[in-house]
Every structure is written in structure tokens, then in C-alpha cells.
Ligand binder design. Structure first.
Ligand SMILES: *[C@@H]1O[C@H](CO)[C@@H](O)[C@H](O)[C@H]1NC(C)=O
Ligand SMILES: *[C@@H]1O[C@H](CO)[C@@H](O)[C@H](O)[C@H]1NC(C)=O
Ligand SMILES: *[C@@H]1O[C@H](CO)[C@@H](O)[C@H](O)[C@H]1NC(C)=O
Length: 375
């Protein structure tokens, strides 16, 4: 047994700190058929908790426990709904300015504003990020360390300079990241603890498309999204001939992931030496699935129907997350995630809820018409 496996067995790895996050994504689109012009999605630990769109015109909780904000702030939903209406107009103005800047006329355009914070519940460390995307690319990002905007695109340089000269707005940004978002995150974690901290084990199956395809070990239905899946041979983790997939969200709030094993050079008698291991963070017992030909669900036999089911689930998944991730995840954008100076964050729990304008956060706060232009 390897040292690492031994530690995993003892559950020592779970002593690692847990990072919690609160994140808002604002999406304004123009001329996307059958899609609301403005959508706001709020997430704690990547679980959707709030939703607003320009068709319903209401900010609404998406989890039972997310209703509970009114215990601390009775006017919460009304006030934040009004905030959403304002941000719709503000960001709609931005999209018009950007079309101009990029010499675009009609067609489909998407503007996104993402803001959030991360909190290490052991050290108390807080960091935050703020990113602006246009048509699927990074346009501007805010650097938490220097409290300045960065423009990866030439067309955004004028905007960057203007925003960096707006010291009052920058001070407000710093305040939201260091105080307001962590304040709300901690409060929401308190309400949602039993749901957010739960663990759910997945069902694990072996799938194979054609007799010569790799065998896929597919785990679906687990929570949270801190999990590992890998293949072992004679008890040793394999790194060759394996391909690890990403953790993906299911439409019911659980997650799925898979790892493929290419068996083309393995003789049938050796198959029994292989097994797939699924490990969920915080759970002692791994799910171990032996590589057994009779257990594999395939496309070309009677059990093909099961595989069809998987395809349907995947399609549902794609439909379900389109709204979330119109703006594709961009690794580069992660540069904004750097530890913040936490000296003023530690007092955040004492900030009163009446002074917070977040969770419906902070575009540039609506001001005069000229200032609202994305110049
Ligand atoms: C937009 O058009 C102007 C004038 O035709 C040109 O100078 C500018 O480079 C164009 N900008 C873009 C982003 O294509
Ligand atoms: C941090 O999170 C872990 C894991 O969920 C939990 O056991 C622990 O009590 C939390 N610590 C604090 C200080 O909230
Ligand atoms: C599996 O491995 C063989 C050689 O070991 C290679 O020829 C084949 O392309 C691989 N298949 C996949 C799907 O990667």
C-alpha cells in the first residue's frame, strides 16, 4: 500500500481546509432567441441559490434554505429585485457601447459580469474576483491585490483607464470583496450548512462504446464536487493509458465524472487485476469497482438502452448548464484569484446587513447617464 492510500484510509486528507465561495454571474444578451435578455445567477459553493431574469422580473431563491435570508433582512427579495432591474439597464447600455467599439451592428452578443469571493474557513482568509466578458472572451478583469482593472483586449483599454481613475468606485469594489460578500457568504453557509455540507455517494458503472473503445468508469450523483476517480492495477494507481474527465454538474445539483482506461494492449486474463476507485472528500470508504466484462454496459448489446440513458442525461446536462456557462470557463481568468489582504476582512462579520447592497452585487453602481457609458 502506498503512503498516500494509507493516509486516505485514515481519513487524514480530510483535515484539509475547506474553501467556500459566493459568486454572481450577470448575463445580458442581445438577439438570443428564446432566452431572457438579462439573467442573474447567484451561487454558493457552485450551488445555485438565487435566480433573476428579465421575463419573471423577480429575484428568487433556488434552494429551500436560501429563503432564510429574510430572517436577517426581511426586505431582502424586494430590495434585491429592484437592484436587478437597475443592473439590467446598466449592463444593457454596456452592450450597446461594446457593439460600437467592436464595429458590430446586429446579431447575437453576450455581455457577462462575474463577481465573487472565496473564504477559507480555517484561516479566515478571503479573496475575491471580478471579471467582465464579451462574446465569450475576457474583456476586463479586476485585480484584488492592486485594486485595479486589467484589460486583455485592446478595445477595453479606454474603459480600463476610466475605471482605474474612479477611486470612489474602486474603494467600493474593495469593500464589497473584503466585507460584504464574505458577510453574506458566512450567513448563507450558516443557513445552508446541512445541505451544502452533505455528502452523497454516486452510482458507479462501467461503460464501453465499441469492443475496441476504452472502458469508461462513470460516477454520477455525487456531492460535493470534491472527488477523485482513478484506475488501479494490482492496487497501484495507473497514470498511463488513462484519461480523466472533468467534474460536471448534473441538473439535480449532484455531479458526475469519469475516467477512461485504454485496454487495447491488455490480455483478457489480466482484466481482473484492474479496478476503478471513486473517492469522495470527507468520506472514508471508497467505491471500488472491479473490471469485469460482464458488468460493462455497452452500446452494441442488449444493455445498450442503459447507455442511451446516459446520453439522455448528458443532453439534459448540456441544456441545463447552458444558461450558466455561456461564458466558457477560462483558466486565464483565474488569475484574479489571489489571496487578499485580510486585515480588514476579519471584522466583516460585524458589518450590519442593512448596509449591504450585495448579494445582488456591484456592477458600477448606477449613476448619471454619462458615467454609465462604458467609455
Ligand atoms: C472599426 O472601424 C474603424 C474605422 O473603420 C477602424 O479604424 C477600427 O480599427 C475598427 N475596429 C475594429 C475593432 O475592427
Ligand atoms: C470548516 O469546514 C469543515 C468541513 O466542512 C468543518 O468541519 C469545520 O467545522 C469548519 N470550520 C469552521 C471554523 O467553520
Ligand atoms: C489505445 O492504445 C493503443 C496503443 O496502446 C492506441 O493505438 C489507441 O489509439 C488507443 N486508443 C485510444 C482511444 O486512445
Amino acid at each position: 500500500m502506498k503512503i498516500l492510500d494509507f493516509l486516505v484510509l485514515l481519513g487524514l486528507h480530510s483535515a484539509a481546509a475547506v474553501i467556500h465561495s459566493l459568486k454572481y454571474i450577470f448575463t445580458v444578451s442581445s438577439q438570443v432567441p428564446n432566452f431572457p435578455e438579462f439573467v442573474v445567477v447567484g451561487m454558493v459553493d457552485d450551488v445555485q441559490i438565487q435566480h433573476y431574469d428579465s421575463i419573471t422580473k423577480r429575484l428568487e431563491p433556488k434552494q429551500d434554505w436560501a429563503h432564510r435570508v429574510t430572517e436577517d433582512d426581511p426586505q431582502f427579495w424586494e430590495r434585491q429585485t429592484a437592484g436587478c432591474l437597475g443592473y439590467h439597464q446598466l449592463f444593457k447600455g454596456y452592450i450597446e457601447t461594446l457593439k460600437h467599439r467592436f464595429n458590430q451592428t446586429g446579431g447575437v452578443h453576450i455581455f457577462q459580469w462575474m463577481v465573487g469571493c472565496e473564504w477559507d474557513n480555517e484561516t479566515g482568509e478571503v479573496s475575491g474576483f471580478r471579471q467582465v466578458g464579451y462574446n465569450g472572451e475576457d474583456l476586463l478583469s479586476w485585480d484584488v491585490k492592486t485594486n485595479t482593472w486589467i484589460a486583455p483586449k485592446q478595445q477595453a483599454v479606454i474603459t480600463k483607464n476610466n475605471w482605474n481613475n474612479d477611486k470612489a468606485q474602486l474603494a467600493y469594489y474593495k469593500h464589497t470583496i473584503n466585507q460584504e460578500l464574505p458577510y453574506w457568504l458566512k450567513m448563507l453557509m450558516n443557513y445552508g450548512r446541512s445541505s451544502l455540507m452533505r455528502t452523497e455517494l454516486p452510482s458507479v458503472s462501467l461503460l464501453q462504446k465499441t469492443p475496441s473503445s476504452p472502458v469508461s468508469c462513470f460516477a454520477t450523483g455525487f456531492y460535493p464536487d470534491r472527488a477523485e476517480i482513478f484506475w488501479r492495477k494490482d492496487g497501484e494507481e495507473l497514470h498511463e493509458n488513462v484519461e480523466l474527465g472533468e467534474i460536471l454538474p448534473n441538473h439535480d445539483g449532484s455531479f458526475q465524472m469519469s475516467v477512461d482506461l485504454n485496454l487495447s494492449s491488455v490480455i483478457p486474463e489480466d482484466w481482473r487485476r484492474y479496478e476503478c476507485v471513486f473517492h469522495l472528500s470527507g468520506v472514508k470508504d471508497d467505491i471500488i469497482t472491479k473490471l469485469d466484462k460482464t458488468e460493462i454496459q455497452t452500446n452494441w448489446s442488449k444493455t445498450g438502452a442503459a447507455m442511451g440513458g446516459v446520453v439522455v442525461v448528458l443532453l439534459l446536462l448540456v441544456v441545463g448548464i447552458v444558461g450558466f456557462f455561456l461564458w466558457k470557463k477560462n483558466k486565464k481568468g483565474k488569475e484574479g484569484f489571489q489571496p487578499a489582504n485580510t486585515s480588514d476582512a476579519s471584522s466583516s462579520s460585524s458589518s450590519s446587513s442593512s448596509s449591504t447592497e450585495v448579494p445582488v452585487p456591484d456592477g458600477n453602481q448606477p449613476r448619471s447617464k454619462e458615467e454609465n457609458e462604458l467609455q
